[in-house]
Design a protein around this ligand. Sequence first.
Ligand code: ZN
Length: 255
Amino acid sequence: MPAPVALAVLAHPDDAEFLCVGTLIRLAREHGYETHIASMTAGDCGSAEHTPDQISRIRREEARAAAETIGAAYHCVEALDLRVYVTDDLVDRVVRLLATVRPQVVFTHSPDDYHMDHEMTSRVVRAATFAAPIPNFLHARWGDLRPLDHIPHLYYCDPVEGKDLFGHPIRPAFWVDISRQIDEKERALACHASQRNWLIKHHGMDDYLRAMRDWSAKQGQLAGVPFAEGFRQHLGHSYPQDNLVGKLLNGIPGR
Ligand SMILES: [Zn+2]
């Protein structure tokens, strides 16, 4: 039996290290999952000093190194920053990724989030998870790819700062305790050195690593553990209804 597979598809090269890397580590260590991290873009706008090509090259390497620290493979969908939309082309690219990696579990952004790229990624991934098991969708495009056996379990990570664009709180349906993984999560995030500099300039955020730790601690406090990551599961018709990740990792129900 091949190992089960978990795939995170997020907008930018460092999003996974903020939102779900602790959970990926636990799935790999405790249940033998093969893990993959994909970013929609290579982060071409994330610099005030480098050209888009230069910073994309730097950030692909940072993302690959970050994924490697947790034993995950890295993929880039090669969309452009601030130009992630629900298009045929991007849905096709993510379906191809799904049919190649063949995940049972997929993580993406919250449908409501602070950044349009995050919201659009969420919708592209939703569309792609629905399409990837449909034979005619794949065969019409690529005869070489086998459709997925079924729609994967789809989970939405916390939106940044846990709120929608009106400032309303979005509470997770459940939390995963990542207290033992927090140092590894920080080491993975630290690989994104170019972003620490950029966020100081553009967002006035002068402590990149501390922001991630504070957020994980805030979720932990709500969950009753030192550090946690929060998720909501896509439970629309035809998606798996059982909370596989919650069951595997003793998820703490939201309250
Ligand atoms: Zn992002």
